[in-house]
Structures are given as C-alpha cells and as structure tokens.
Write a protein that binds this ligand. Structure first.
Ligand code: HEC
Ligand code: HEC
Length: 309
C-alpha cells in the first residue's frame, strides 16, 4: 500500500480499487509483443543502414586509394623496364608535342599542362585507357583544355603508344631504360629548305634562317600554334595574317617571344599563358630570330625587309 492509500485508509474511507499489478502485466505483455513483432522491421532497417554505411565507407576507401595511386605505384615492386627503342621514339614525341604544355620533365607548367609524372590519374589508367585519353583529350577543361590528340591531328596511333610508354618511364624512373643524350634535330627537311629558298627570293643566307626557323617553329611552337601557324582553338592564336606580328619589328618581336604574355596581361585575349620562349628555355636569340624570319613568310604577314617591319 502506498503512503497515499494508507493516508486514505487512516481517514477511514475504504475504497475498493482494482489491483493495478494486472494492468502492468498487460501493458508489459503488449510491449513485449510489440517488440517481438517490430523486431524484424528494426533488423531490416538496421541492416539497410549498415549496408548504406558500408557502401559509403568502401567509396571513401576507394577514393583515398585513387588519390594515392601514384604513391602506391612507386612504392610497389616495379613493372618491367620499358623497351629502349620505344622509349627513344616516345621521347621524341613527348619533347616535340607534350613538353610545350607539360614541361620537358613532364612535371607540368604552371598555367598550362598538369604534372603527368606524379599524376594519380595517369597511374590509374591502363595503357589502353591512357592511349584513348590522348585521342579524346579533355577539351572542356578550364582554364585550358587538354586538346584532342594533343592538338596534333597528325599524331599516329603508333606515336601515341610510344609516348604512353615513355610517360610510364617518367612516372616510375625504375622502368626507364638508360637513354642516349637528347639531341634536338635542327636540320630542316628538304621541303622546308625548298620553301625557304622560294620565300627568300633566292637569297641563300635568308633562306637558311627561314628554314631553321621553320624547323624550330615545328618543334617548339607547333603544339599551341598549329602546323604552319594556323592556330589551335583553345590554345595558341593563329600566327598567319597576324596584325600583332606585322605591327612589330624584329627586335620588338624578339622581346615579345622572350617574355611571353601572362594570362593577367591586359593584352591577353585568350586567358591562356604564352610561355616565355614558347616554353623552350634552350632557344637562343639567334634561334628566335630564325623563327621570326619564318613567321614573316606566313600567309598574310609582311615579308622581311618590305619596310613595314
Ligand atoms: C597545348 C597544351 C597541351 C599539350 C600540347 C598537351 N597537353 Fe596534356 N594537358 C593539357 C592541359 C591543360 C591539361 C589539364 C586539363 C585539366 O585541367 O584537366 C592536360 C592534361 C593531361 C593529362 C591528364 C593529367 C591528369 O592528371 O589529369 C594527360 C594524361 C595528358 N595531358 C597527356 C598529354 C600527352 C601524353 C601529351 C602529348 C602527346 C599532351 N598531354 C600534350 C595541355 C596539353
Ligand atoms: C603552350 C602554348 C604555347 C606555345 C608552346 C607557344 N605559344 Fe605563342 N601564344 C600562346 C598563346 C595562348 C597566345 C595568345 C595569348 C593571348 O591571349 O594574348 C600566344 C601568342 C603568341 C603571339 C602573339 C600573337 C597575337 O596575335 O597576339 C606570338 C607572336 C607567339 N605566340 C609566338 C610564339 C612562338 C614564336 C612560339 C615558339 C617559340 C610560341 N608562341 C609558342 C601559346 C603558346
């Protein structure tokens, strides 16, 4: 009996009450049933929450793993060393096509191409995927696209295979064979020599400069300005029929090419960097003057020595 009831009993008012223990028992049984009935639903619900959680954990782990792909690659035991001849051919493609944006060492150029050496993206790709990537590029990337076929529609599938192999060696130096020293091929082709002689009106000395400039242009500048300077959308501007070139004398153009044009320069219209010396620090002043002689032979540009430049 509770103190309260005792109080009432003491006051002499005896009231019959139904013993409450039965109510408790019923309520208890009811909740037990409820629990038993509900258990499967809780179990399934909990299971679903667990599956969802496990999925999310797996996704987080996969993402972390992907973000470490290159680190894992160089920590694991290496794949076999790549073939010497393939690597030499691949280097030629890399230096003349990819280096303008990705740097001679493949480690990227601020404002241009990304670091391909320490790239988790590259490390995750199979050779076939990497090959396919070079063909498609990333044309919508901002501020600068990775152009389809690296902006060089003339690149053959075999050359893309070679450059993929070469990048594998850059990515994991344990796989790079001992390569012979790189020699820039500055000898103009027969076609380039013939075109130069014609443009120079038979002046052999001028023709030699133009031919050398043509060769250098198609090694250093072509990746962004295209074959014959026709330009590549989203990369370098066309250098044919070019008012800017026509507005400057050789000294002015030399100074421009040496300095380049930052994306922040008010004169920059593309938002893309024109790198100093076209990204090739090895170019001498004479090399650049040769390139200028060549630029003056392009369609719609004022020829050398016509008094306008
Ligand atoms: C005209 C400049 C240019 C040239 C030439 C060029 N690339 Fe790129 N590339 C880029 C830019 C810019 C990006 C980064 C795009 C972005 O922001 O996602 C890129 C990205 C890449 C990526 C993806 C890297 C990553 O981590 O996401 C690969 C791989 C690549 N380039 C390979 C090559 C190869 C191989 C060549 C030569 C055959 C080449 N590129 C030539 C500009 C260039
Ligand atoms: C990595 C790409 C890249 C390379 C390599 C490159 N350029 Fe450029 N160049 C550009 C871009 C982008 C512009 C346009 C910048 C702007 O918006 O003003 C440009 C602009 C120019 C201009 C000014 C054109 C104008 O109408 O304003 C000249 C001249 C030029 N480049 C010459 C060269 C020469 C010569 C080389 C090789 C020695 C070279 N470039 C290599 C990207 C490149």
């Amino acid at each position: 009996m509770s103190t309260h009831e005792q109080g009432k009993a003491n006051s002499g008012q005896e009231v019959w009450r139904q013993p409450r223990t039965d109510g408790y028992r019923e309520a208890g049984l009811a909740s037990l049933w409820a629990c038993l009935l509900a258990f499967p639903f809780f179990a399934v619900g909990g299971g679903l929450i667990y599956v969802d959680w496990a999925d999310r954990q797996a996704a987080i782990r996969a993402e972390a793993e992907a973000a470490q792909a290159w680190e894992h690659l160089v920590a694991a035991s290496p794949e076999p060393v790549v073939g010497l001849e393939t690597a030499v051919r691949g280097r030629e493609v890399f230096v003349t096509v990819c280096a303008a944006c990705h740097g001679q060492d493949g480690k990227g150029i601020e404002g241009l191409g990304k670091n391909l050496v320490e790239s988790d993206f590259v490390a995750r790709q199979t050779d076939a995927q990497f090959h396919a990537y070079v063909i498609v590029g990333r044309p919508d990337a901002k501020p600068m696209p990775m152009p389809p076929r690296a902006g060089r529609p003339d690149l053959t599938d075999a050359q893309i295979d070679d450059v993929v192999t070469y990048v594998r060696g850059l990515q994991d130096p344990r796989r790079m064979p001992e390569l012979p020293a790189y020699v820039v091929d500055t000898t103009p082709t027969a076609d380039q020599q013939a075109a130069a002689l014609e443009a120079a009106g038979g002046d052999a000395e001028l023709a030699a400069w133009i031919a050398s400039g043509n060769k250098l242009f198609h090694t250093t500048c072509v990746a962004c300005h295209g074959q014959g300077g026709i330009g590549i959308a989203g990369n370098g501007k066309p250098l044919i029929e070019n008012a800017f070139i026509n507005s400057l004398d050789d000294e002015g153009l030399l100074a421009f090419i040496q300095k380049g044009r930052l994306p922040t320069d008010p004169a920059n219209t593309t938002g893309i960097l024109m790198p100093p010396k076209g990204g090739n620090p090895a170019l001498s002043e004479d090399d650049i003057l040769d390139i200028i002689s060549y630029l003056r032979t392009l369609k719609g540009n004022h020829p050398v020595g016509d008094g306008s430049n």
